[in-house]
Structure formats: structure tokens, C-alpha cells
Design a protein around this ligand. Structure first.
Ligand code: SF4
Length: 117
């Protein structure tokens, strides 16, 4: 699976233009985007500065899309930390399952109507 370095990563080789070239976090301290809870302060609280940077980032949708598509497990991407992205994915799975159930029930209803006719 191809991996895109976090936009704060400067170790990238020359390459074609990429959404991360316009990242508001380019050149920022990468550790701020990968906070680790310490002293009883949860990582989600320590991620506040990173999330504030994301709020003014012009490529936030692309960044979040990348993180969701490639299941980035750690850090702040697109303004969301890993717990928030996991919840977003759970909600999407629940919505997809609900839609599939609805479609199955509609198909069963049509089949029952055909049988009864
Ligand atoms: S949305 Fe946040 S993490 Fe993503 S490129 Fe922008 S500033 Fe960086």
C-alpha cells in the first residue's frame, strides 16, 4: 500500500506536485501532529495546536481523505486525531450496513409480492 509521508516530513525526494505541497503544516514540528499523552494529559488534548493548524489548511479534505483511505493509524490528519477518524469510519460502516439491510428488505418485499401474485 503506498504511503504518503505526513506533510510535516521534509525527507521527501523530488517528485511531481502533490496536495501536501500546500499543507499548512509544512515545516511544522512533526511531534505536534503525533502527540503522546503525558502527565495525565491525554494526547487528544495535546493535539489542539495541530488541529488549529489544520483548520486553516487549504488541503484539509485531501489530507483527511488520504488518512481514511490508507488507514493512517496515528497522528492528526485533516484536522482529526486517530480516535476521531476511527469514529468517522465506524459511522460510515454503520451507515453502509443500514443501507444494505434496507436494500435487502426491499428486494425481499419485491420477491414476496411476486410470489403472492
Ligand atoms: S490538514 Fe492538517 S495535517 Fe493535513 S496537511 Fe493540512 S495542516 Fe497538515
Amino acid at each position: 500500500m503506498p504511503r504518503v509521508p505526513h506533510p510535516t516530513d521534509h525527507r521527501t525526494l523530488p517528485r511531481a506536485r502533490h496536495w501536501s505541497d500546500d499543507a499548512a503544516c509544512a515545516g511544522a514540528e512533526a511531534a505536534a501532529f503525533f502527540p503522546v499523552g503525558k502527565g495525565g494529559v491525554p494526547a487528544s488534548v495535546l493535539a489542539g495546536d495541530a488541529k488549529a493548524t489544520c483548520q486553516r489548511c487549504p488541503v484539509r479534505p485531501e489530507c483527511l481523505g488520504h488518512a481514511l483511505t490508507f488507514r493512517e493509524d496515528y497522528g492528526v490528519w485533516g484536522g482529526l486525531d486517530e480516535d476521531e477518524r476511527a469514529e468517522l469510519l465506524r459511522q460510515a460502516r454503520r451507515a453502509a450496513e443500514k443501507q444494505r439491510r434496507k436494500e435487502r428488505e426491499q428486494q425481499k418485499g419485491k420477491a414476496d409480492a411476486t410470489t403472492a401474485a
